[in-house]
Design a protein around this ligand. Structure first.
Ligand code: NAI
Ligand code: MG
Length: 357
């Protein structure tokens, strides 16, 4: 069976880390006999926008809907295209039209990386954030009236549906069920947001009835963020609405040292549409063009993609490889964000060599 993969590097360091993500992917495919067919696209980037006046071609949906997965770099170049245009015109279109309703982010403290939290070592931080990715606070219901006058009013409604909330909760409970600790934490704010959030809590309780082996707790989002910092060892699987999940899924990886290593998956669990795999970080204009971006976020995303496609062994080989290279700590190989003086390519090559075995 051949897996069709759409490859979209995007902007800035997306174009620099993508080749290393592909190098790792190739090495794993070779070693485990996986047949990949890569299709390269230049859209969903600001360069494409400057040439065509839009982020995506009109037929992007047709072009992408039948691939097995999308492997994405990063989008955004605020100097030439405002961020809300580049993001809404690309990534958010994919997430919505392909109904990628789960955003999954592992938060794991890796060997050789110093956590900004004092005295935390590998093993202390190892959890997943599961973010609802299609509705909630990020809705297009609302508007502005009386613009520019004293009566100016803006409204944006939160939209939660039973379908939308139950399916992401089910994904999170299923994931918790497969983990040794079998623990699920729900992010809420039912004290302050007194309509949608008490209802969210009800749905968590109802779904939990199907998973008697999973222990469930919940925190209001404000103290939950504090607990991510003070007690990251408390967490196993954390499920959250779109906005809360957005915040937690940056904070979680930040607690594990560098944003450069964090991966993410935008998943359509039903398999009707392709899922999308990308590093958590953006296009990093401040370091773009210097060849020093850490490629591990892209490489780890490749591992998540292979696992999603059913190749658990290949995914694990990639993760084992970058963990080994990090643990080795060769400064000539590692990128500056993990206190080395190597380049995107030296680190990418070292990882690919390990994968090859
Ligand atoms: P960013 O993630 O691009 O950069 C934040 C900081 O982390 C910068 O100092 C950067 O140098 C550093 N950094 C990021 N990735 C790194 C890596 N692999 N290795 C070493 N250091 C790394 O976020 P920022 O600056 O807020 O946004 C820049 C652009 O990226 C904007 O246009 C934004 O809209 C876009 N963006 C896109 C995302 C995506 O494609 N999913 C996600 C976040 C931002
Ligand atoms: Mg974010």
């Amino acid at each position: 069976m051949t897996h069709r993969i759409a490859v979209i590097p995007g902007d800035g360091i997306g174009k620099e880390v993508m080749p290393e993500g592909l190098r790792a992917l190739d090495a794993a495919a070779e070693r485990f006999g996986i047949d990949l067919s890569l299709e390269h696209f230049d859209f969903a980037s600001c360069d494409y926008y400057l040439e065509h006046g839009q982020m995506l071609p009109d037929d992007w949906f047709e072009q992408l809907k039948d691939v097995d997965a999308i492997f994405y770099g990063a989008v955004g170049w605020p100097e030439t295209v405002p961020d809300h245009i580049s993001l809404w015109g690309s990534l958010l279109q994919f997430r919505r039209r392909f109904d990628q309703y789960v955003n999954l982010r592992p938060c794991r403290l890796l060997p050789g990386i110093k956590s900004p939290l004092a005295d935390r070592r590998p093993g202390d931080i190892d959890f997943y954030v599961v973010r609802e990715n299609t509705e909630g606070e990020y809705s297009s219901v609302g508007g502005r009236m009386f613009e520019g006058t004293d009566r100016e009013v803006v409204i944006q409604e939160t939209v939660m549906t039973r379908t939308g909330v139950d399916r992401v909760l089910k994904y999170a409970f299923d994931l918790a069920q497969t983990r040794p600790r079998r623990k699920l934490t729900s992010a809420t704010k039912s004290n302050g947001i007194a309509i949608t959030m008490p209802w969210w809590d009800e749905r968590v309780k109802a779904m939990g009835k199907n998973y008697p082996e999973v222990s469930v707790d919940q925190f209001h989002i404000d103290i939950l963020t504090a607990n991510f910092v003070m007690h990251p060892d408390w967490f196993d699987v954390v499920v959250a609405s779109n906005l809360f999940g957005d915040i937690l899924s940056d904070l979680g990886p930040a607690c594990t040292g560098t944003i450069g290593v964090a991966p993410s998956a935008n998943i359509n669990p039903d398999g009707i549409f392709p899922s999308l795999f990308e590093p958590v970080h953006g296009s990093a204009p401040d370091i773009a063009g210097r060849g020093i971006a850490n490629p591990i976020g892209q490489v780890w995303s490749a591992a998540m993609m292979l696992e999603h496609l059913g190749h658990q062994d290949a995914g694990k080989a990639i993760v084992d490889a970058f963990e080994a290279v990090l643990a080795e700590g060769d400064k000539a190989v590692l990128t500056p964000d993990v206190s080395g003086h190597g380049t995107t390519e030296t680190l990418g090559r070292a990882i690919a060599e390990r994968i090859a075995g």
